[in-house]
Design a protein around this ligand. Structure first.
Ligand SMILES: [Zn+2]
Length: 330
């Protein structure tokens, strides 16, 4: 789970809608494209970002058959007019659904929904289910609002009711403007964003009220698991600040949500396994981006883990999170 994909081509939405810094692609040389945000260069991507067969071939080198795919967070368009973000979401989600139909043994899609509008988000979430997607990916914050805000609860409630899983991806990093140097938004901001999302969902009682909603947090929960002692201590020493909406100790939620394995460190992976259990740690890659685990699973097979634990990480955990079976891919 946790890989990113884009359609090979998509509309220049800024022209279609008449405003905004929507992403568009410039296929400027063979095998590569520039992601442009308005007139600004955002990132160069290679054909393995959109070429389904090339991705399957690259994965096969690491004995990996299935990719859980979702869009790149910069495509969320939460900042746009809701109806326009819905149109972008529909386009991206239809592309994922087609991919699943074409390669049912190789791809599982997670959709995107316009989180800035509760009703439209639920409408598109329902449609995602209808077109065969297994869940959605959402950002760690929505236009700087925390996931604890009441306006998001009906979306989570609908996801639980529909049996759609949710992947939380860090983005729109806090403090970004103050720490552009040294890639700090990615190295410091992203892990903090994911912890922000988990703490918001725990302290607001979302995890308590929706026990059957299956969340998976990117990058092994960011900084959350590494700071659970501090988070719990804060809950104990200042319940007047922390436990105002949910009286339950945050540690009680370990093992109730999923995380991916993207740690780049076997000691940290073992700690994460200790904290949440191998059945809740699923192989993530962040493929095809350079900060991902692009030697897919290599450090996991070399970490001296039991066959059962490796099997959980490589497939059982993701299958239970998606509510799918091995047989679906045989
Ligand atoms: Zn990612």
């Amino acid at each position: 789970m946790h890989t990113h994909i884009l359609p090979a081509k998509f509309p220049r939405w800024a022209e279609v809608f008449g405003y905004g810094d929507f992403i568009h692609l410039e296929h400027h040389r063979k095998g590569f494209a520039r992601m442009m945000q308005g007139d600004r260069f955002f990132r160069e991507i290679a054909s393995n970002c959109w070429d389904a067969q090339e991705r399957i071939d690259e994965y096969a080198k690491f004995q990996t058959q299935v990719q859980v795919v979702c869009t790149i967070p910069v495509m969320f368009s939460y900042w746009a007019k809701p109806a326009d973000a819905l149109a972008v979401s529909e386009f991206l989600n239809d592309d994922l659904a087609e991919l699943q139909v074409k390669y049912p043994k190789n791809y599982v899609g997670l959709g995107t929904v316009p989180m800035q509008d509760t009703d439209l988000a639920i409408q598109e979430l329902r449609r995602c289910k209808e077109i065969g997607l297994k869940g959605i990916q959402i950002g760690s914050n929505i236009n700087n609002k925390n996931l604890s805000e009441p306006e998001f609860f009906p979306i989570f409630e609908a996801a639980e009711e529909l049996g759609m899983c949710i992947m939380i991806h860090p983005w729109n990093m806090m403090g970004k403007k103050d720490m552009e140097k040294y890639w700090l938004p990615w190295l410091v901001g992203m892990p903090a964003e994911t912890s922000r999302a988990i703490c918001s969902l725990i302290f607001s009682g979302v995890l308590e009220r929706l026990p059957n909603l299956r969340f998976n947090f990117s990058h092994a929960s960011g900084s959350f698991l590494a700071t659970i002692g501090r988070v719990e201590h804060g809950y104990n020493c200042r319940p007047d600040l922390v436990a105002i909406d949910n009286p339950i100790n945050p540690r009680e939620y370990l093992g109730k949500f999923w995380v991916d394995s993207i740690t780049h460190d076997d000691k940290m992976l073992k700690y994460v396994l200790d904290m949440v259990g191998s059945e809740k740690v699923s192989l993530g890659t962040d493929y095809p981006f350079p900060l991902g685990d692009l030697e897919i699973g290599k450090f996991i097979t070399e970490a001296g883990l039991s066959d059962q634990v490796v099997d959980d990480i490589f497939c059982n955990s993701a299958l239970s999170w998606l509510d799918m079976k091995k047989e679906d891919f045989l």
